[in-house]
Design a protein around this ligand. Structure first.
Ligand code: DLL
Length: 432
């Protein structure tokens, strides 16, 4: 087999020993090569020798998106730039992207993790896999692509944006598997149904992720398409897709624990929580070379179980995600922070900082409307002034976050004021 399958059925004792060995080496490497980590450890008087195994993990400081931003673009890389063979990036809270670098080994490890996940979804080298995540700086497209190719499957790099073509090729090629966001797959299912094409496809498996979805949504996808749909999780900072995935029992997502050590902490006290309790997921990468991360706070809320799964895998499982501990939204697979929208709005003259982002799901696709208060004078002017202003705002938002939003201009004091934290988002999608 192409990868070390033993890692998925390894005993807890052996796995802990392996994780400890890798953690110790990683902490030493990071301390020596990344000044920002060295400074953080020095500040609390922690030496690499103090970390002797996984039991010492809680001694280490956390890493957050802000650390990546403060060291933009390559400051947290642990190898010289010439060893980085690829970079990806995702949105940050201020419009500055979070940059991730991979060495050749990192790409191999990533491909292997994605291949493991696809195997959990029952995909084999005999499958024809359409990859319909976005290709580019987003990790979805290339991540899934390399994983599918690594396992030897026939990989079709569809990308996003042309559903009719995707469906034509799905029928013509007899595609048996697809990797895309769950909302996109629901949309594809609708279009197939409307076109009377459901009985013309050979699809049998899907690996869906990059955004929250529910068990109900999975059942709906499976029933419409007659397939087995799996939940794949990952985040660019840690690697991309393939950090965890659910097996055919669908009782939580198996974590690739030989590469990523998960912890669950309380988002308020930051203390580790016991098995089974819901809190914020934190990852320490133990094999990554380009951008190793120590105790990275994902902001994703879930719980962990270490019970052996019915499928035979011994790796721990995280439950379907229950939301986030920050205000990041995922709209059509794009990470959006309300602060980015605010920044874009305030670039336009006559716009106030009173706004509400309304997210909905229409025909299984996410929509975003931004209600924003503008100067009274625009309402006394003829309608042309308002239209021009809407266009200007829409352009600023598109440039900042890469998504088209419907802009609704409203008069001053229309948007409800809050007594406490301002309510910036109304998410009508009911995803979690
Ligand atoms: O979304 C990587 C990815 C691509 C995962 C394709 C799966 C499939 P980012 O753009 O950095 O990376 O966004 C990461 O997306 O912290 C979660 O909040 C959310 N997310 C990813 N997968 C899932 C999932 C990619 N299966 C952020 N369920 C993460 C719920 C998910 N949320």
């Amino acid at each position: 087999m192409i990868w070390n399958e033993k890692m998925e059925t390894i005993s807890r004792e052996e796995l802990t020993a392996l994780q400890s060995e890798r953690l110790v080496a990683m902490v030493k490497r990071v301390y020596e090569n990344v000044p920002a980590y060295r400074a953080k450890m020095d500040a609390i008087g922690l030496k690499p020798e103090d970390i002797k195994g996984v039991e010492d993990l809680p001694k280490l400081p956390f890493t957050t998106k802000a650390d990546l931003r403060d060291n933009y673009p390559f400051g947290l890389f642990a190898v010289p730039q010439e060893e980085i063979v690829r970079v990806h990036a995702s949105s940050g809270t201020t419009g500055k992207p979070t940059v991730v670098g991979y060495t050749e080994n990192d790409i191999k490890m990533w491909s292997e993790c994605v291949a493991r996940c696809m195997t959990m979804a029952g995909i084999t080298k005999k499958d024809i896999v359409q990859v319909a995540y976005g290709y580019g700086l987003f990790t979805g497209g290339l991540g899934a692509h390399y994983g599918a190719e690594y396992m030897g499957a026939t990989t079709v790099p569809m990308g996003t944006g042309n559903t009719q073509k995707l469906i034509t090729l799905m029928k013509d090629f007899g595609a048996t598997a697809i990797a895309c966001t769950p909302s996109y797959l629901l949309h594809i299912a609708e279009v197939l149904k409307e076109g009377g094409d459901l009985d013309k496809i050979k699809l049998r498996a899907a690996v869906c992720g990059a955004e929250p979805w529910t068990e109900e949504m999975r059942h709906q996808i499976e029933a419409t398409l007659g397939i087995d749909a799996h939940d794949i999780y990952g985040l660019s900072e840690v690697m991309g897709p393939g950090v965890a995935c659910d097996c055919s029992y669908h009782k939580g997502l198996h974590v690739c624990e030989d590469h990523f050590i998960p912890e669950i902490i309380s988002p308020t006290t930051l203390e580790p929580l016991p098995e089974g309790e819901t809190g914020e997921l934190v990852f320490t990468t133990i094999t990554k070379e380009g951008l190793p991360l120590i105790r990275y706070r994902t902001r994703d809320l879930t719980s962990i179980t270490y019970d052996k799964c019915e499928c035979g895998r011994t790796t721990c499982r995280i439950s379907r995600f229950k939301g986030r501990s920050d205000d990041m939204l995922i709209i059509r697979g794009v990470n959006v922070f309300p602060s980015q929208v605010e920044e874009a709005l305030l670039q336009v003259d006559g716009v106030s900082p009173h706004y509400l982002i309304v997210v909905d799901r229409v025909n299984n696709l996410d929509t975003m409307e931004i209600m924003v208060e503008v100067d009274e004078k625009f309402f006394s002017d003829e309608i042309k002034g308002l239209e021009a202003l809407s266009k200007k705002i829409a352009k600023a938002v598109q440039q900042m976050i890469g998504l088209n939003a419907k802009i609704k201009l409203v008069e001053p004091r229309t948007i409800e004021r809050s007594m406490g934290k301002a309510v910036r988002v109304r998410d009508n999608r009911k995803l979690v």
